[in-house]
Write a protein that binds this ligand. Structure first.
Ligand SMILES: [Zn+2]
Length: 133
């Protein structure tokens, strides 16, 4: 897909800084209550585990049993969306529908941990009729 920006490198660098103690855990586990609510109610489950919970687990030397705590939440922003700008998209179908009805907007996928509040941008992508093809 065109216009996709992957933030995995930035994410990995940040996790490394937390590992080294350069960035405090409280700085990265600061999910806004609205984001946490969206993650809990409509967030997409992922196969991955939270990098911060995993760090804590490595230190405690216990197995991670909270497998389904890292959720993906998609927000859409753009002038073309008007009042829908800034909204959370619940399903892939809803996103496809928005893309077919609007000229251009950006979708941001945020991962959020329900346990510790870790949150980070995973990817962003340009969607809409202007970006098809
Ligand atoms: Zn976590």
């Amino acid at each position: 897909m065109r216009g996709v920006i992957d933030y995995r490198i930035a994410r990995r660098a940040l996790v490394r800084q937390v590992t080294r103690g350069v960035v405090p855990v409280t700085d990265v586990c600061d999910a806004h209550p609205e984001l946490l609510r969206a993650a809990r109610n409509v967030g997409q489950a992922t196969a991955r585990t939270c990098p911060i919970c995993r760090l804590a687990d490595d230190r405690a030397d216990v197995a991670l049993d909270e497998a389904d705590t890292l959720r993906l939440v998609t927000y859409v922003f753009g002038d073309d969306l008007r009042r829908l700008s800034g909204h959370v998209v619940w399903t892939r179908e809803e996103l496809d529908d928005l893309a077919s009805r609007h000229r251009s907007f950006t979708a941001y996928v945020i991962e959020c941990c329900l346990v510790c509040g870790w949150n980070h941008l995973v990817e962003s992508c340009l969607l809409g009729r202007a970006h098809i093809g």
